[in-house]
Design a protein around this ligand. Structure first.
Ligand code: NAD
Ligand code: GLY
Length: 389
């Protein structure tokens, strides 16, 4: 079992990672002293894991109900939050109740926003079921829905009360969604050079089954909220043993817990977690959400690296080295042939845009990222064109 704490002014919450946790969720929820729980899942995850979760809550004597909505970004809307809120009311959930977000990042965002708004806010617990949600979205309290084509336009920071990660559920995840999670994992590798080098050797897009044995840095024993690894602020000190994927998840969560502890509301360091996202969100819009989030982030990282070279921020070898990692993770393919101007236009609605122009997180080196503001459109267009050559 890996356990990490996210330490915040309003309180600390735990992130637990272990195979089989799903079946003991009821026991884990009891200390939160809620009178009833609504479990929110999308249709696919509800069918796969809803009954197991309800059985676990039943066994712990916790009244519960499963609420579902259809899969997909088209349903990440305020309308879905409103429908779910009506169902919470019908269930009789009061302010002494709680919500479980069972699913990928999309469910976490929607159920998290419902929890933030319902009765002016009730506690919620994240039970992520995609790799992307396990390593990134379930921790840190960002909740949001889209407004038209604008990603995550309406949202709140609302921290979960607990995060429970059971990597066994990844066995049913479609390979494309697993690869999407590896896109966010590559982002964490670009934040931490030692982790990058480990991923380069130990992780590949072939790893679909969780927990094959391998040498791995285990993120146990970390100080709450400290980044681990030489690329971060604390030395790499964990033993090199243990199950591969669980440890990789724990390592990313360790990085994220540290960043969120230091900058909960994204006024500085947390912006670095948006590496690949300015381009990535634009790509999601232009491609009409036909490719998963993490895949778009990976392509966004490629564009960001080319842009960084163009702006003279990093060595020309960086995009090639990053591409090699993305290839290993199954995320390198010809860049989609979309007009550069369409991608730029889609990015103009990004939340990270300021009056003077677009803001990007760009690499200086592997493990060293930087926020760069007011990047001229001409350089952005050039980077997109260069990647399409
Ligand atoms: P997702 O939640 O849309 O899930 C993708 C698909 O996988 C869905 O059809 C889902 O039903 C299915 N699925 C989920 N778990 C499964 C399992 N164990 N077995 C079989 N099928 C399963 O995708 P995602 O990549 O997890 O999340 C993407 C969303 O997360 C985007 O909306 C993105 O904006 C958001 N996000 C939020 C944050 C944050 O910090 N809040 C961070 C990153 C991404
Ligand atoms: N996914 C980036 C963040 O939570 O800040």
């Amino acid at each position: 079992m890996h356990r990490l704490d996210v330490v915040l002014p309003a309180g600390t919450y735990a992130v637990e990672i272990a195979s089989g946790l799903l079946d003991s969720l009821g026991q884990r929820l009891r200390p939160l002293h809620r009178q009833a729980w609504a479990v929110i899942a999308d249709a696919t995850v509800a069918a796969l894991y809803g009954p197991r979760l309800l059985a676990s809550l039943d066994q712990a004597g916790l009244p519960c109900r499963l609420l579902t909505f259809p899969d997909g970004e088209a349903h990440k809307t305020l309308a879905t939050v409103e429908t779910l809120s009506g169902q919470l009311l019908e269930f009789g959930l009061a302010r002494d109740g709680g919500i479980v977000a069972l699913g990928g990042g999309l469910v976490g965002d929607v159920a998290g926003l419902a929890a933030a708004l319902y009765m002016r806010g009730v506690p919620y617990v994240q039970v992520p079921t995609t790799l992307l949600a396990m390593i990134d979205a379930s921790v840190g309290g960002k909740t949001a829905v889209n407004l038209g084509e604008v990603k995550n336009c309406i949202g709140r920071f609302h921290q979960p009360a607990h995060v429970c990660i059971d990597p066994e559920v990844l066995q049913t995840l479609p390979p494309g969604e697993f690869a999407s999670g590896l896109g966010e994992l590559a982002k964490y590798a670009m934040l931490d050079k030692a982790f990058y080098e480990w991923v380069e050797h130990e992780i590949s897009g072939e790893i679909i089954s969780p927990d094959p044995p391998c040498a791995v840095p285990v993120a146990t024993g970390s100080q709450p909220g400290q980044t681990r690894g030489p690329g971060g602020s604390a030395p790499w000190s964990g033993p090199w043993s243990g199950p591969c994927l669980s440890a990789a998840i724990a390592h990313c969560v360790g990085i994220k817990a540290g960043v969120v502890t230091r900058d909960e509301l994204e006024s500085g360091e947390r912006m670095l977690l948006n590496y690949g996202h300015t381009f990535g969100h634009g790509l999601e819009t232009v491609l009409r959400f036909s490719r998963p989030h993490g895949w778009c982030v990976a392509q966004g990282m490629r564009l960001a690296a080319v842009l960084a070279v163009r702006l003279g921020l990093c060595d020309v070898s960086l995009p090639t080295r990053q591409d090699a990692l993305l290839k290993r993770l199954g995320l390198l393919e010809p860049f989609p042939s979309i007009p550069a101007s369409a991608l730029l236009a889609a990015m103009q609605t990004d939340k990270k845009k300021h009056a003077g122009g677009l803001t990007f997180v760009l690499p200086r080196a592997i493990g060293v990222l930087e926020v760069v503001r007011n990047v001229p459109d001409v350089d952005v267009l050039q980077a997109i064109t260069l990647l399409q050559l």
